[in-house]
Structure formats: structure tokens, C-alpha cells
Ligand binder design. Structure first.
Ligand code: SAH
Length: 197
């Protein structure tokens, strides 16, 4: 599975070098690439934001670097394929295990991490003319940026990719797999601080 993440904080995604996902990347089960949005700017200050039209507080992510970043993904990605672009946003479709299962079957996902007040809406409208696009919310709260949402989504999706978890049986009875929650779990010793068998 190919995964591309575009962000102004590439280091924010470094936990994806660790644990299950890190191992899956080493084994080439997942081809995860992180791109710095500032590489698609052309001014001395590598500016990615500007003041909002119509006033209001905060800054908005400029469309030009995002347009170039998407162009770059299209030419360097999977030949003949289109990425499914996932844009984290508090107003999006709630992210669920069912969505993770669906996304885990797709060959190529791209993630656009917003910051500030978000990405200029025209980028989303433009992307929709090129590829499937879904705005996805992690929950009803506001994060500072899309990176934490992408970490959660990539972790939930990648562990469902065949081969990423060594023992596939461990996923069968997992919480949310069938709409139910997993039971409490116990290990040895059989008695601990007066609790147990
Ligand atoms: N002004 C926006 C919030 C921007 S927060 C609003 O009121 O809707 C900045 C960025 O954080 C967003 O572009 C998005 O990438 C991310 N973000 C914030 N909350 C999120 C959530 N609940 N789920 C997913 N991404 C979120």
C-alpha cells in the first residue's frame, strides 16, 4: 500500500518509523512517504499561509503550494492510479473502524495536513476534479493541525493491511470489528493482589 502525507511538520510523523508501522515499512508492506509542503513554495520565506479573504482571525493555507504538492504526488505516485485524498478536518465524516477497513483495501492513500484555520477551500474543490476526496474528522473537538489525525488514521488503517500484524487471529475478535467491544483481558499469574481465579 502506498501512503503519502503532506505536512509543514514532517518530523511530526516520525512515530510512523516505530513499532508495527515501522516494521511494515521495513518489510515494504507499506510505502509511506512524508512530504514537506514548504518544498512547493518559491519565496524566500517558504510561505504557506496568508490572511483570510472576508476577514476573520487566523491565517489560511495558500492554495498554490497545495496545488503543486498534489501535482507532484500525481506524477511520482502509482502509475495509472489515483490516490484517495483524505483531508483531516473537524467538519468531516467521522473516522470509524469500518472506514479504516475500507481504506485498508485501497492501493494508494494521500493525506493533506491542514494547519492554522485550514486549507483554502478551492484546493479541496480542485482536488475533487482529479481524484476521490474525503474530509475526515477524528472527533468533535479541534486539533491544532491534521498531523495527529493522520497518525491515528494511518495506525488504524495500516494494521489492517495483510501481513502487518503477524497473528491475524488477534484481529478477529477486536473491538469495533463487528460493532461490539472486546471483552476484558487477563494474563498470568492467576492470582494478583487478591484478584483472579
Ligand atoms: N478553523 C477550523 C479548524 C482548523 S484546525 C474550523 O473551525 O473548522 C486546523 C487543522 O487541524 C485542520 O485544518 C485539520 O487539518 C486539523 N483538525 C482539527 N480538528 C480536527 C479533527 N477533529 N479531526 C481531524 N482534523 C482536525
Amino acid at each position: 500500500m502506498r501512503l503519502d502525507v503532506v505536512t509543514i511538520f514532517p518530523e511530526y510523523l516520525s512515530p510512523l518509523d516505530l513499532s508495527l508501522i515501522g516494521k511494515a515499512r521495513e518489510q515494504c508492506l507499506i510505502d509511506l512517504r512524508v512530504h514537506d509542503l514548504r518544498d512547493f513554495t518559491h519565496d524566500r520565506h517558504r510561505t504557506v499561509d496568508d490572511t483570510p479573504y472576508g476577514g476573520g482571525a487566523g491565517m489560511v493555507m495558500r492554495p498554490e503550494p497545495w496545488g503543486e504538492a498534489l501535482d507532484h504526488l500525481m506524477v511520482t505516485g502509482v502509475p495509472g492510479a489515483l490516490p484517495h485524498l483524505l483531508i483531516p478536518g473537524p467538519g468531516g465524516v467521522p473516522f470509524t473502524q469500518a472506514m479504516a477497513q475500507e481504506l485498508a483495501t485501497e492501493p494508494w492513500l494521500a493525506f493533506a495536513c491542514g494547519r492554522y484555520e485550514g486549507i483554502d477551500e478551492r484546493v479541496i474543490d480542485h482536488a475533487e476534479t482529479l481524484m476521490p476526496v474525503t474530509v475526515v474528522s477524528l472527533g468533535d473537538y479541534v486539533l491544532g493541525g491534521g498531523e495527529v489525525a493522520v497518525l491515528a488514521m494511518v495506525e488504524a488503517i495500516a494494521r489492517l493491511v495483510p501481513g502487518v500484524i503477524g497473528n491475524a487471529d488477534s484481529m478477529v475478535e477486536e473491538s469495533h470489528e463487528d460493532g461490539l467491544l472486546e471483552y476484558p483481558v487477563f494474563t498470568k499469574p492467576p492470582q494478583w493482589r487478591g484478584r483472579g481465579l
